[in-house]
Write a protein that binds this ligand. Sequence first.
Ligand code: SR1
Ligand code: MG
Length: 407
Amino acid sequence: MTDYEILNPSTVVDYVARNPRLAAVLPPGDIAAVREVGDGNLNLVFILSRAEGPGMVLKQALPYVRLVGPDWPMTPDRAAKEAEALRSHGTLAPGLVPQLYGYDAARYIIAMEDLSDHQVWRHALNKGERHDGAAADIGEYVARVAFGTSVFGMAADAQKAALAAAVNPQLCEITEDLVLTEPTRPAQRNTVIPANEPDARELIEDDDTVREMGWLKWQFMTHAEALIHGDLHTGSVMVRGAAEGRPHSTKVFDSEFAFYGPVGFDLGLAYANYVIAAARADALGEDERAAWALSLLGETWQAFDTTFRSLWPQRVDPRVYTDGVLERFVAKVALDALGYGAAEAMRRIVGLAKTADIETLPEHLREGAARGVLRASRMMATTRHTDPSAAGIAARAGEILLASRTL
Ligand code: SR1
Ligand code: MG
């Protein structure tokens, strides 16, 4: 039982009619169709379409994890965190997140831009599409948000208030458990196909990797650097290719895991999912596409580095935030990104919430792809200290994926 109204396809038109701000964006009479499309793990998502042109999306948080059901209760207030992140990130990185039309705090409903002319980047990658420019857009988005929500870009009092408002304990706990603890420990929620059981065991027995995960978890829980997205995998990105004079478009969505955390976490989640896309391409014998997917790590990093440096002259307190601090901060983010990339990649192989990239491969191909991702992750977690370059790590990951595939 819930103590707030839960939408369903037959009530959403009336819901819009009851909300003048939303009705001004999409008059109820213009709604030609309603579809519930939530293919994520947590929420209800309704697309309200017009006969022509963009409609509106309503996203409602349920009081539990949709993937598991009412047995895993989860605060619906995560929708408030997402609405605030959308607002803040939309201001700092205009055009790179969906437009927010409104937030209903009583029903935990976010109304936002309809991106039906886009597709989820993971789906596009799995179809073999490329979407050049998206990886650089991700780097730019992370940099703009990192600078603009941190003490570098905000006055100290406003930054403290933003940090306090963004505390998101239940969603952080999911990440702390699923991404930063369970993959390298024996855990009930871990599963692999029988052929990968030795690989999962090797991971658990790899003390160096376990130490890295412990360190990364501690950083995740204590390094409140910026209002990060918190779940920036390729399923949290919508893409649309350039066509007929219209530029390509990239939109980062689903920011309900947002909180003040380490900036490298966001980059790392993107990196991990590029490695996973490469493992799929290798498994399918698409070597050139695999190399392209791995080149995205360097592309995202370069865009982050360039954008962050371009914002640095605007820092609010240059008295001690000297260029030496810039270098040290950027180096920390580079190192952290590779560590969190390793954690996320392992988790998507052995832990809860796996990826379609790997899961839809035939089992004999999945074996090698999963093994390759796990071995590449262990390499990323440990060798980043001697070579923290995204491009260098990507090259080594490429060799590991090729050597591990089971064609
Ligand atoms: C129980 S939620 C599982 C996962 O879905 C989200 O997309 C996050 O990645 C989370 O870890
Ligand atoms: Mg999500």
